[in-house]
Design a protein around this ligand. Structure first.
Ligand SMILES: Nc1ncnc2c1ncn2[C@@H]1O[C@H](COP(=O)(O)OP(=O)(O)OP(=O)(O)O)[C@@H](O)[C@H]1O
Ligand SMILES: [Mg+2]
Length: 252
């Protein structure tokens, strides 16, 4: 479960056509990365999939069901950590299950499972401002997973991290993803990140936002970041992206 289908979706903000005829699919358990120039509509695609925005035309479906209203079957991880500062690590992770009406015993069990999974054991009772950036991001991921989503929507989740922590977080995310069998739609500005993580890499063009090209990344996992096949794909993705960035940065 967790198949997202985006069919002929267009989205306007007043007179501005942000997305035009966007079509793609995230298959069950698939990891799809979305790349494109700033302002091309990546976050808008995620917000539509989360049910936080409505398309002007077209249809978004999760497992054959039209997404209308806030999509409770998905988890959202933002670029900013967006944790509750007044809640501890454990309480942040238990927020979703609590809202869903789970008992405190069930909440404990869920938070323990995900705290272990993201490697935060020992930090259960810490507050967000007592954690490093990488640790906060882990809490964000654990909190999203704790909701038992079918689809995980991630908007540049590692953008604020240093290169080493970012690599570590990418590997951790893959480890969790392989274990939990969730579909992922992941927005990034990094070609390296997209080619390391994605089964597919989608390049968007800007004004209006469209899917320009889809790359299948058929590298076996665990992937070698600097392997020759990875370099070839990275090069092709980069060329496609750079030509879009050039077009997007022209005035008008
Ligand atoms: N609520 C809104 N009201 C008006 N315009 C909006 C709104 N949300 C997004 N837009 C516009 O839609 C376009 C796409 O925005 P979006 O945030 O989806 O881009 P993005 O690809 O995520 O960019 P970035 O890479 O910089 O995060 C932009 O031109 C933006 O100004
Ligand atoms: Mg964005």
């Amino acid at each position: 479960m967790g198949r997202l289908v985006i069919n002929s979706v267009s989205k306007r903000f007043n007179d501005f056509l942000a997305l035009e005829d966007v079509n793609f699919e995230v298959a069950e358990g698939e990891f799809v990365c979305l790349l494109g120039p700033s302002g091309c509509g990546k976050t808008t695609v995620l917000r539509l999939a989360a049910g936080l925005e409505k398309p002007d035309s077209g249809l978004l479906c999760l497992d054959g069901k039209k997404i209308s209203g806030v999509n409770k079957e998905c988890g959202f991880v933002f670029q900013e950590y967006a944790l509750f500062p007044w809640r501890t690590v454990k309480e942040n992770i238990e927020f979703g299950p609590e809202v869903k009406g789970k008992t405190s015993l069930e909440c404990e069990k869920i938070s323990k499972h995900y705290i272990d999974l993201v490697g935060l054991s020992g930090f259960e009772n810490h507050y967000p401002d007592e954690l490093s950036g990488g640790m906060k991001q882990r809490v964000g991921i654990a909190r999203a997973y704790a909701n038992n989503p079918k689809l995980l929507l991630m908007d540049e989740p590692f953008g604020a991290l240093d290169a080493q922590t970012r690599n570590l977080m990418q590997s951790e995310l893959l480890r969790i993803w392989e274990k939990e069998h969730v579909s992922v739609l992941f927005v990034t500005h990094s070609v390296d990140e997209a080619v390391y993580l994605g089964d597919k890499v989608l390049i968007m063009s800007a004004r209006p936002g469209k899917i320009k090209e889809i790359f299948d990344v058929k590298l076996t996992r665990p992937r070698i970041r600097t392997g020759p096949e990875a370099n070839i794909i990275r090069d092709r993705v980069l060329k496609s992206l750079v030509s879009e960035i050039k077009i997007a940065s022209k005035p008008g």
